[in-house]
Design a binder for this molecule. Structure first.
Ligand code: ATP
Length: 144
């Protein structure tokens, strides 16, 4: 019963970012529901993740059928298609998901996600680049 699990998380979009996120959450012991519209991605990840479902996440009814309304947190990891990402966030807002995290690929994308109702907007590439810059600088000092 997902309702009694406070840590249930859905990850939508199993590209490189989403699949690593889903695997890491799973390794941390969280119940993860991974969703992708691509049958091949679903097939590929179904042996590695507990719950993998095929659905178009822009379809509110499909998300409802998957039981998403019971989950406190959903991460939209779709990157390349701004339209799919925004429409998915909109569907999640309509479903009343309490914590919607969404991945942005540009400043404009981020603004749209926020105005549609995403609670947290993340920039994996920018954040990783920034962290790596700090790491490289601190490591460089080690060799001086
Ligand atoms: P990454 O950089 O993480 O590899 P990407 O930007 O290359 O991602 P995207 O096009 O963002 O790739 O797609 C990530 C995943 O999201 C893909 O597996 C794709 O099938 C899935 N996806 C795209 N649109 C939808 C949708 N409407 N519903 C469900 N899944 C979707």
């Amino acid at each position: 019963d997902r309702k009694s699990d406070p840590g249930g998380i859905a990850v939508i979009g199993l590209g490189r970012f989403g699949s690593h996120l889903a695997e890491s959450l799973s390794a941390l012991g969280r119940e993860v529901l991974a969703i992708d519209r691509d049958a091949q991605q679903v097939q590929k990840w179904s042996s590695m993740l507990d719950q993998v479902a095929q659905a178009d996440a822009t379809d509110e009814g499909a998300l409802r059928q998957l039981g998403l309304t019971d989950l406190p947190r959903v991460v939209v990891a779709i990157g390349a298609s701004v339209e799919a990402s925004v429409l998915t966030v909109l569907a999640l807002v309509e479903l009343g998901i309490p914590q919607i995290w969404a991945r942005a690929t540009s400043g404009q994308h981020a603004k749209i996600l926020s105005s549609v109702g995403a609670h947290r907007v993340i920039f994996p590439e920018a954040e990783t680049g920034e962290r790596l810059a700090h790491l490289i600088i601190s490591r460089t000092l080690d060799f001086v």
